[in-house]
Design a protein. Sequence first.
Length: 221
Amino acid sequence: MTDQEILSRVDHTLLQATASREQIKALCDEALRYNVASVCIPPVYVRPVYAEYGKSLVICTVIGFPLGYAVTPAKVLEAEQALADGAREVDMVVNIGDVKNGYYNAVLDEIKALRKACEGKILKVIVETCYLSEDEKIRLCGIVTEAGADFIKTSTGFGTAGATLADIELFRQHIGSNVKIKAAGGIKTREDLEAFIKAGAERIGTSSAVRLLAGDTAGQY
């Protein structure tokens, strides 16, 4: 697998609370230079990044991040504003409390509401696997599929653990044919990148890929 084949699947990510405008600009410049799939940045930076880079850069942002327990109308408004500001992809966090309570209809309705708000754009659903049982993961695969989301995503990167190859395999067995997989959290080596892609991840969310594949002068945040 070539470096570019890997980079073309990377959502080049910087979501730390302390991320500065200078760091976001460096991330975006690297994204253009190395032809990654997108930049994944905090919602507050979407408008200025779009103003500077326009459609030359695919902007992804996060909704209900990182805990997922905002009410659905707030998530919908957050997504609508992000898209108006120039985002083309949205990664939403499910309401994990609803999952743990078994309120699966509420989880489905929320994802459907975000799907409607993001019509024509890419919607990825973060299920935060580190907090879920296997049965809950399987149930969410069905819900994400039924809701019409484009991707199921393993993790925020802010939970107690990140992506695992076992979860990618589990997703592959239980998602619908129109749903893709994004792995995120803890993917820090070239071997990790290749392993997750070969396992079935269409996208990788990471801040490390450009540094790993392009040399130590890149990806320093």
